[in-house]
Design a binder for this molecule. Structure first.
Ligand SMILES: NC(=O)c1ccc[n+]([C@@H]2O[C@H](COP(=O)([O-])OP(=O)(O)OC[C@H]3O[C@@H](n4cnc5c(N)ncnc54)[C@H](OP(=O)(O)O)[C@@H]3O)[C@@H](O)[C@H]2O)c1
Length: 299
């Protein structure tokens, strides 16, 4: 019997694309799914489809805007009122914006949804993940992280936002930078969680036909994104590594690694800078006003 049967799995951004396919596959295996989405209507529609397709009605829907830290804190509180354990957290939600914009809380949007949001959500749920151990955290990053740069003075891409290559639709360095930060967060968190029974890994799903790019804010990006559709794998294929990391016994004790195509792989060289990982962690904690956890000291 698969490890995942009966386990409670949060999947962010599971009304669409890779997240939805991940939810379908894990629901088929008997997991209890908590879909975390920002839009009630889109969420309900996807939930109905998932239940119909899998005949598993243990699929809950909760609302959270992952680009807003207040919304994340509120969601985490609500989740802890409803559930007394959490076995798998999949930080899947993501978006790419070509124009630089800030949220109502003052954070650049790529940075907020692709890095700061997952950092805070994980932090808020960590005690529950620890008390439910063995448990797993899975971060969905991107191969585009290799173009990213982490400059502690300009974490929100104030100085290197635009990428000008015409063939790079839906792209801005803001997205690449944030996905690189998500990788570095994974490696630092894995060290801090050593011995806790909570594993954390990051993955690169590959070039996948989803809605990513629709929200980029630029028509040319969107048109170009449509044009490359034939080169993209299906969302079901793109979800395979997330599904593997959530459910396979083979990765039960594996932590602090990067995966692609269901295999361990190297991420870009810049992601392995331990000093920068630590500094990024500290700076992020202070941006979020988080007190360093006594049990989460740097190793
Ligand atoms: N597709 C690719 O080629 C590719 C390649 C590498 C990495 N990835 C990564 O894979 C992950 C899944 O993306 P996808 O390709 O499946 O794209 P997608 O179809 O656009 O799915 C993204 C999901 O994230 C949700 N989301 C976006 N902003 C959010 C917010 N502020 N709060 C809550 N949820 C939010 C979306 O909700 P809405 O439907 O409400 O917008 C959607 O459910 C992302 O992290 C993406 O960066 C994708």
């Amino acid at each position: 019997m698969s490890w995942i049967k009966g386990k409670i799995c949060i999947i962010t951004g599971s009304n669409s694309g890779i997240g939805k396919e991940t939810a379908i596959a894990l629901a088929r295996m008997g997991a209890r799914i908590v879909m975390v989405v920002r839009d009630q209507e889109r969420g309900e529609k996807a939930r109905t489809e998932i239940v119909e397709q899998t005949k598993n009605d243990s699929v809950d829907l909760m609302i959270c805007d992952l680009s807003l830290m207040d919304s994340i804190r509120h969601f985490a509180e609500e989740f802890k009122k409803k559930y007394d354990r959490l076995d798998v957290l999949i930080n899947n939600a993501g978006a790419s914006f070509s124009k630089r914009e800030v949220t109502s809380e003052g954070f650049e949007r790529n940075f907020a949804v692709n890095y700061l949001g997952p950092f805070l959500l994980t932090h808020e749920l960590l005690d529950l993940l620890k008390s439910s151990a063995p448990s797993r955290i899975i971060n969905v990053s991107s191969g585009l992280a290799k173009n990213g740069k982490v400059d502690l003075n300009y974490l929100q891409s104030e100085n290197n936002y635009t990428r000008t290559k015409f063939y790079s639709p839906s792209r801005s360095l803001g997205y690449d930078n944030a996905k690189l930060m998500l990788m570095m967060f994974t490696y630092e968190l894995a060290r801090r969680l050593k011995g806790s029974g909570v594993t954390v890994n990051v993955l690169m799903p590959g070039f996948t036909a989803t809605n990513l790019g629709k929200s980029s804010g630029s028509l040319s990006s969107y048109v170009l994104f449509k044009m490359v559709r034939p080169m993209q794998q299906s969302a079901r294929k793109g979800a395979e590594t997330s599904i593997y990391l959530a459910s396979s016994d083979e990765v039960r004790d594996v932590t602090g690694k990067c995966f692609a195509k269901k295999k361990e792989t190297e991420s870009c060289p810049g992601s392995y800078d331990k000093e920068l990982q630590k500094s990024l962690w500290n700076k992020t904690e202070s941006m979020l006003g988080l007190a360093p956890k006594r049990t989460m000291r740097a190793l």
